[in-house]
Structures are given as C-alpha cells and as structure tokens.
Design a protein around this ligand. Sequence first.
Ligand SMILES: C[S@@+](CC[C@H](N)C(=O)[O-])C[C@H]1O[C@@H](n2cnc3c(N)ncnc32)[C@H](O)[C@@H]1O
Length: 212
Amino acid sequence: MKRILEIEIMSDINQCLAYSKGDFSDSNGKFIDYITGSVSKPSNVLDIGTGPGDVAIELSNIYPASEFLAIDGSAAMIEIAKSKMSNHKFNNIQFVECNLYDLELKNKFDLVLSKDTLHHIVAPISFINKIISLCSKGSRVLIMDLIRPKTVLECKKIVDEFNLDPILKKDFMHSLYAGFEINEVSELLTSFSLKFNTIRIGVRHFLCDITI
Ligand SMILES: C[S@@+](CC[C@H](N)C(=O)[O-])C[C@H]1O[C@@H](n2cnc3c(N)ncnc32)[C@H](O)[C@@H]1O
C-alpha cells in the first residue's frame, strides 16, 4: 500500500488525552535502552514531537547534567507533558509548544530525538533538512517510528490485536497508514549523504541512527 498522510499536528484535545492514556512503555523502553546503550552523555538534547513527554522525562532523569528541549506543535500535548513535571527531580527540561519548522536557535543540539513523529510528517525532506540545521558536525539524530504494513488488511489485524479506546484505535490505524517502509527511510537518508544505520526494533518499529 502507498503511504496515506495523516494530520501533522495532534491539536485535538480528546485525541491528545487518548494518546496520553495509551501504553507505549514497550516501544519507549526500547528507544531509551538504545539511546543509553549507544550515546555517551549528551549536552543539549532536542525531542521533536514529544507528545505527552514520557521519553524526554525519563531521559532527563537518566542524564541530569544534560539540557532537554522537548517541543510539540500541539498546545494540548505540551500541557499534558507539563502536568507530569511536578515530581520531576531535576530542572533540566523545557516543554515548549513549537512547530519544528519554526524553531530558530543559535545553540546547536548534539542529540536530536524523534519517536513516532516521522509518520506525521508531510514533507520528510524538509523535516530532515530542518533537523540538520539544528545540529553541528558529529551530532547524533535518532529517529524511531512505525513501519508501514504492506496492506490495509494487515493494518487492521495489528490494530485489532489491542483493546484500544475508539479514538486511539482510529489514530493507530491512521499512523500505520502514514508510516514508512524501512527501504523508504533508507532512500530518504541516502539522498542527504548522511552516515546512518537503520535497524528494526521489535515487530513494528525501525530506528535510524544518524551521524551528522
Ligand atoms: C504520535 S505523537 C508521538 C509522541 C511521543 N514522541 C511518543 O513517542 O509517545 C507525535 C507528535 O508529534 C507532533 N508533531 C508532528 N509534527 C510536528 C512538527 N512539525 N513539529 C512539532 N511537533 C510535531 C504531534 O503534534 C504529536 O504530538
């Protein structure tokens, strides 16, 4: 099946609340394990499309000396993420409502993260170009996202494996339709002449480890 785009920014409050109640601990844990196993203490970390902020919060506790900027174009998602900060141990994370394309900073990031955000992206070439502009030479970019199944029927079978609330179920289906096949991501990154490695993580995700 061809990629079917979904809306880039999750601005609907009910959609955000349903997402924040979903259990993504398995894929979040795999992403965090990969990061902690392959990245030595970063200084400045950008999390793009942080959503409810779970990955950024967990990592900011693991790396207390690092500065985290976690952005999302959705005001509702940023509110949800901020609401989880009351018990946070360190003062090293900022949640900011911002579309990636509007982010303009002098300081560069040495680690950029994107988990389950790429499938929302309408123009992946512009997305990668924008990330590159926020990095310096040697920065790492880790993109983990859903692998698009081969058929609509396969998407339906995957979604039916879970007992999801109706909003989350619809969103999950749309996310699978909007995902990338591993060879498409590799082709995308090859066009930038970047050093990268793409691996499969679990049954549903790929992870691209890119060095700028
Ligand atoms: C499916 S959620 C993933 C949230 C989180 N990273 C996770 O893994 O649970 C994707 C998020 O990316 C955000 N997003 C999509 N495109 C964006 C952009 N161009 N700039 C900022 N945020 C974006 C959406 O609003 C949404 O909250």
